[in-house]
Design a protein around this ligand. Structure first.
Ligand code: BV8
Ligand code: ZN
Length: 252
């Protein structure tokens, strides 16, 4: 409880807050994290080998099927109390930036409309040839066959459509990375939630905030490499911890 109080005090006093999230914040909505053994149809694949341009090159139907399965999963779940608490922080602390590594739209659906997506989104597919955004048909039920699905073709040039995410070995979108670096450098407090802090350059963001003098608060049930740079470590789940943190920081 002591740690929670300390974190709430830092948050309430902060003028500029950066919130940095990973897959852990969506776990309690039922979206598997990267570290979990991939559930259901995918337990025999490793996410890091599927989330690459090479995998899409070699077997576009397998990779497209995986992303459509994930898009379906996200579409069929709801934001949890952790996402809602992040939106509440934005309501209380006027200069708050939400930076996410996640490719789901749960922050947006909880009200964090300006979330910065460092690794793209399941909802922004584009053409591999002309980069034109593609409009995806609404998913009616779990993608059939589960595993393989042929990617659609571009309406403009007939090129193959790819998921709008950043794969391993691909550069992050410049504008998103710049916005995240600026928010981290300016922040008085950076709240890192549900990330193993292992994937770069995104994992640099909390470290940059700490170097720039921000107080880092971590919410994560397990220890991570970020424990070392955190002023306060709240070892608990996001949906269970964040609402308490917000109500302590801003008792209505
Ligand atoms: C790039 C989108 C090169 C796709 C993802 C050094 C510098 C630069 C690059 C590298 C480097 N060393 C290695 C690299 C290459 C690589 C990398 O970092 N590899 C790692 C494995 C070492 N980086 C890249 O390839 C990046 N690109 O560097 O380009 C380049 C440079 C110049 C010019 C050209 C090219 C691109 C990386 C982006 C990959 N895409 N996602 C998709 O989603 O399919 S990464 C993906 O995994 C996620 O987006 C996330 O970022 C990452 C890790 O996932 P987390 O979010 O942390 O989730 P994880 O499962 O790991 O952990 C969950 C946490 O939640 C756990 O701690 C758990 O305890 C906790 N948790 C569980 N339950 C809860 C909870 N927390 C709270 N509440 C709960 N209930
Ligand atoms: Zn095209």
């Amino acid at each position: 409880m002591e740690h929670l109080r300390e974190a709430a005090k830092l948050l309430a006093q902060a003028q500029r807050v950066a919130v940095f999230t990973g897959a852990g914040i969506s776990a309690e909505s039922g979206v598997p994290t990267f570290r979990d053994a991939l559930t259901g149809l995918w337990e025999r694949f490793d996410a890091q080998s599927l989330a690459t341009p090479q995998a899409f090159q070699e077997d576009p139907e397998l990779v497209w099927g995986w992303y459509e399965w994930r898009r379906h999963r996200v579409t069929s779940v709801r934001p949890n109390a952790g996402h809602d608490a992040v939106a509440a922080i934005e309501a209380h602390a006027p200069h708050t930036a939400v930076i996410t590594q996640n490719v789901d739209d749960l922050h947006e659906r909880a009200g964090s409309a300006q979330s910065v997506h460092l690794h793209g989104s399941l909802f922004a597919p584009r053409c591999t040839i002309c980069a034109e955004p593609a409009v995806l048909p609404a998913l009616t039920g779990e993608p059939d066959g589960g595993r393989r699905l042929a990617p659609p073709s571009c309406a403009s040039c007939g090129g193959m459509i790819r998921p709008g995410v950043v794969w391993f070995g691909e550069s992050l979108p410049e504008a998103a990375l710049e916005a995240a670096v600026r928010a981290a450098a300016d922040a008085d407090v950076l709240l890192t939630i549900g990330t193993s802090g292992l994937v770069y350059p995104a994992a640099e963001i909390p470290r940059l905030a700490a170097r720039s003098g921000a107080a880092v608060i971590q919410v994560n049930p397990q220890p991570t490499p970020l424990d070392r740079i955190a002023a306060v470590n709240l070892h608990g789940p996001a949906a269970g911890t964040l609402p308490d943190l917000v109500s302590l920081a801003w008792p209505d």
